[in-house]
Design a binder for this molecule. Structure first.
Ligand SMILES: Nc1ccn([C@@H]2O[C@H](COP(=O)(O)O)[C@@H](O)[C@H]2O)c(=O)n1
Length: 684
């Protein structure tokens, strides 16, 4: 495609490979001692820098140790500390502004956050080592009251005015009144003079415990404080303050057609009041990489989940009379894409503000090769590692030891994944493992001979279970929630045997979980059977390397022309195209649509049940509001007073897998074969 950029050379391009130091993966080791580095690094060259640049994290869910078993995502939070520090230095050197933002869900997904009570008491202080400018709250901060109070009393005090919970309040136990957990908004000026009005909005979440209150978007946009802040009259300001850009954070999907997203409501309210001010949105919750264009001066970035992605955003062309920084920093690529949207084609109030704006976004794989490449331009570990980053890495190792996260419970004989194999197959965790683990792990010895039916929600399983040593950490990674097993005794077999099907087919019950799963359609999951090379059909005419656009030096590396086998990973398409993933990967098959909302198991020792035979109907407290109405539909009316603990008040979805693992996977513990190629290539 020489015609796009002028002639380059006559060798057919197979894939850009940018020069990395020899043996990059091994030299660059820091991370956690048992983690591995990525096999190869970024494919698309240096990042674009504009006037405003942002590093975005979301839905970290406690994965601060990184993905110990997955090379693509092997960096830890200490490496991220070093990365962000280096990027801050770069921003200063280029004379531009850079923000670091997070959009919530800090727990429920890994031992570091979940093995303490309350969740997060040891992981939140580790998380706090990043120099964030803005943060907002996720739904996982609100399920359990003690976790919500941890965020109120500790986390919000660490972050002060930077922690935005614009629609979330908590009951202050001293005053007995509800108050905002963090702040409602932050109005501030960047080092180079951009005047920003920022908000943080949780989606209309209703699963919170009763100590917190989440105002729905439709209510917030009518609240006087919000209208005043949008108009430039934040609390206590009598004169109007100038706003160069609105920054809207949200634990909230950026795609308006996602049933849980409320960003459109907030966008409409701000845009109506301020037709000519850019709005920049950072979202989360749906665990995907995404970039949505709302109008020619409003775009929205979502940066994945589980410390697999660091989002990079940059924009240029902001017309602020107060901005004193560089407009197009020298020596680096710049944002080049306009936000083209159909949302505001004939807006009579539209000005040409958007015409000057250009955007860029990149989804960085969370590994040290990537971080070093963008931070220092090489794999020179000594130039990259910042002393504080190294301390954080050590602290994570020590905390994992303190929490016994590496303690091995069994040797898992195979890998079971959430969506790499269809439901019904023995490789799928919901069909291949969960029913058997429920039967073997959830046993009350005094009732074990009673016929037993068990039901759990599939959403309680959060990650794949990998062949090899199964540790306490893995038990949190796979099944982190402490949802307690309860039961109703003596439910007629005719009723119990119909329950699972009803829950899975009646939209009143399965709709919510279906959405949970479908959100992961764009996500990557491990795929041990998908390591074959997939030919790249990348069209360089549509996806120019920034240095090619600038006619610059990367041509030297481009003409090296190598071809390497891609590892499986993210392959994202968003509103700016298909060039957002910083590292090219092969596509991973995804059978998420086949997974039911509820998973059941029949643990009856007898097959001679009649319609009236009494069975123990065992489920988890998290789904009692589904189970009771479903039983009523089946003609069996029960109330909460009919429900009892099945084993005790602490035997939970985080316990049964451990019990099962210790029983079923005791063989080969001292010489346990590890599954190959998790989230990366099979080589070591
Ligand atoms: N106690 C709980 C809490 C939540 N879940 C599951 O997690 C889903 C929400 O997670 P997101 O990362 O999407 O916010 C929720 O819908 C449930 O499926 C649970 O099982 N137990």
């Amino acid at each position: 495609c020489d015609s796009c950029y002028g002639p380059q050379d006559h060798v057919v391009r197979t894939r850009n490979v940018y020069p990395l130091a020899p043996g990059q993966g091994k030299l660059a080791k820091r991370m956690q001692p048992d983690a591995q580095n990525a096999s190869y690094g970024p494919s698309r060259g240096p990042l674009a820098w504009g006037e405003l640049n942002v590093i975005h994290t979301t839905d970290t869910h406690g994965w601060l140790e990184g993905h110990i078993l997955e090379k693509n995502y092997g960096a830890d939070w200490g490496d991220f500390v070093s990365f962000t520090k280096a990027m801050r230095n770069k921003a200063d050197m280029y004379g531009v502004d850079m923000l670091i933002v997070d959009t919530g869900d800090l727990h429920d997904g890994a031992g570091l956050s979940d093995a303490t009570s309350p969740n997060g008491v040891l992981s939140n202080p580790i998380f706090d080592n990043i120099d964030y400018d803005l943060l907002t709250i996720g739904n996982h901060e609100l399920y359990v009251s003690s976790v919500a109070y941890e965020h109120f009393y500790n986390f919000s005090r660490v972050w002060g005015e930077k922690y935005l919970t614009s629609n979330v309040q908590i009951l202050n136990q001293t005053s007995n009144e509800f108050q905002y957990i963090g702040r409602k908004y932050r109005y501030f000026t960047t080092p180079n003079g951009l005047r920003i009005m920022a908000f943080g909005f949780l989606f209309d979440f209703t699963g919170n415990s009763n100590v917190s209150r989440v105002y729905p978007a439709a209510t917030v946009v009518q609240q006087s404080w919000f209208k005043a802040a949008v108009a430039g009259y934040p609390d206590n300001c009598e004169t109007q303050v100038p706003i160069d850009i609105f920054v809207m954070l949200g634990h909230n999907p950026v795609r308006w057609n996602d049933s849980e997203s409320t960003f459109q409501t907030y966008y409409n309210a701000i845009r109506t009041a301020q037709p000519n001010t850019p709005i920049q949105v950072f979202g989360g919750h749906s665990h995907i990489r995404d970039f949505a264009v709302y109008d020619e001066m409003t775009t929205a970035l979502e940066s994945g989940r589980y410390c697999e992605t660091a989002g990079w955003f940059s924009m240029a062309g902001l017309k602020s009379s107060n901005y004193t920084g560089a407009t197009l920093p020298a020596g680096v690529p710049h944002p080049t894409q306009h936000a083209i949207s159909s949302n505001r084609t004939n807006d009579p109030n539209a000005t040409n503000v958007g015409a000057s704006l250009t955007y860029s976004r990149r989804y960085l794989d969370w590994n040290k090769v990537t971080f070093e490449y963008h931070a220092t331009g090489s794999q020179n570990a000594s130039a990259f590692d910042y002393y504080k980053g190294l301390q954080v890495t050590k602290n994570i190792t020590a905390t994992r030891t303190e929490l016994h996260l590496n303690q091995i419970l069994g040797c898992a004989p195979q890998t079971w994944c959430i969506s790499c194999a269809p439901y019904g197959s023995s490789e799928n965790i919901y069909s291949g493992l969960v029913p058997e683990a429920l039967v073997g792990g959830v046993v009350n010895a005094s009732r074990a001979t009673n016929p037993r039916f068990l039901v759990v929600n599939s959403g309680g399983i959060r990650f794949d279970l990998v062949q090899g040593p199964f540790s306490i950490d893995d038990s949190y990674i796979v099944s982190p929630f402490a949802d307690i097993f309860v039961y109703i005794p003596a439910v007629p077999y005719s009723v119990a045997s119909q329950l699972l099907n009803l829950l899975n087919t009646n939209s009143a019950f399965n709709g919510k979980r279906k959405r949970d799963l479908s959100e992961d359609i764009h996500s990557r999951n491990l795929q041990t059977s998908d390591f074959s090379f997939e030919p790249i059909r990348r069209d360089d005419c549509q996806s120019p390397h920034p240095d090619q656009l600038l006619g610059k030096r990367a041509v030297a590396s481009a003409i090296k022309r190598q071809s390497i086998a891609l590892t499986p990973g993210y392959t994202t398409t968003d509103d700016l195209g298909s060039d957002g993933d910083d590292t090219l990967h092969s596509h991973i098959a995804n059978y998420v649509d086949s997974i039911p909302a509820f998973i059941g198991a029949n643990a009856s020792l007898t097959s001679s049940l009649t319609a009236t035979s009494p069975v123990d109907l065992i489920f988890i407290d998290y789904i009692d509001s589904d189970v009771l109405p479903a039983l009523a539909l089946l003609g069996a009316t029960y109330t909460m007073s009919d429900i009892q603990y099945y084993i005790n008040s602490s035997f939970s979805t985080n316990t049964y897998l451990n019990v099962y693992a210790q029983k079923a996977w005791s063989a080969n513990i001292t010489n346990c074969p590890v599954g190959v190629g998790v989230g990366g290539d099979a080589g070591t």
